[in-house]
Design a protein around this ligand. Sequence first.
Ligand code: ACO
Ligand code: LMR
Length: 267
Amino acid sequence: FKTRKRTNIISTISDERGDEPKYCGVAISELVQQQADLGEVISLLWFKKRIPRWASKFLELCITLTADHGPCVSGAHNTIVAARAGKDLVSCVCSGLLTIGPRFGGAIDEAGQLWYRGINQNIPPYDLVESMKKLGKPISGIGHRVKSIHNPDRRVQLLKEYAQVHFPDTKFLQYALEVEKITTQKGASLILNVDGCIGALFLDAVVNSGQFTTKEVDELLEIGTLNGLFVLARTVGLIGHSYDQKRLKQNLYRHPWEDVMYANDEE
Ligand code: ACO
Ligand code: LMR
């Protein structure tokens, strides 16, 4: 009989041992032949599923719309400072990526969890807002530094427009919009932000695609899959910012004294 050596690694998403790589069982030549888009590749490698074209196009739209948001946001700022310190591409990009988190770009999973819980547990949007207030926690997916009801986020509008045309149903988005109605009464900047909108529409896409069981949707949220979209998208912009600074031959950045309030105790 054969004795098999115990493996140190288990992998279930890809296999490169044949004459061409397979993404979750699908050969790359098959993907090329079917003119598969990036959204389909993401779905195979992240969710191990083939999703309908309207859903994969939605994933691509998220990438397109959040690839960059100018030089002033946390991620781009860090990348720019690192590039000006003469660091290599990977360091510059990592420096920017490391700012993605609960306040910036990485609120998608938590927002998704709130909308998911809200719908599944029948929590009226008002109660959700109040419960977060009691906990003293900001509602993930709500609020923006520069966007507001007076200066709407075009990215959110475009995502909503796509969903209206292509999604069979948008119950999670509708729930998030009900929450927004309440929060914008408290403050004009407390809009449904791009993270919150992606979180809601991602759930609508996944649930409506018919490819995921309830257990699988729970698992997606539990392992924090949604933030991956922002990480992937913004990497495109961060690479751009690094190249931009290097092309411009920008020198070492030092923050101006005038912009710091030195409030030292001994003075
Ligand atoms: N839920 C409830 N109240 C909020 C929220 C929120 N999400 N955001 C801000 N507020 C309230 C604050 O409590 C504060 O109230 P107060 O004046 O009574 O103290 C007021 O609004 C202003 O709060 P700031 O923290 O000064 O607002 P700021 O503009 O700095 O915050 C931010 C912007 C960080 C996005 C914030 O709204 C937030 O934490 N949102 C949740 C996280 C999130 O969704 N981040 C993703 C943003 S989009 C992106 O990065 C691509
Ligand atoms: C972004 O996409 O980087 C943001 O929405 C954050 C911002 O402050 O613009």
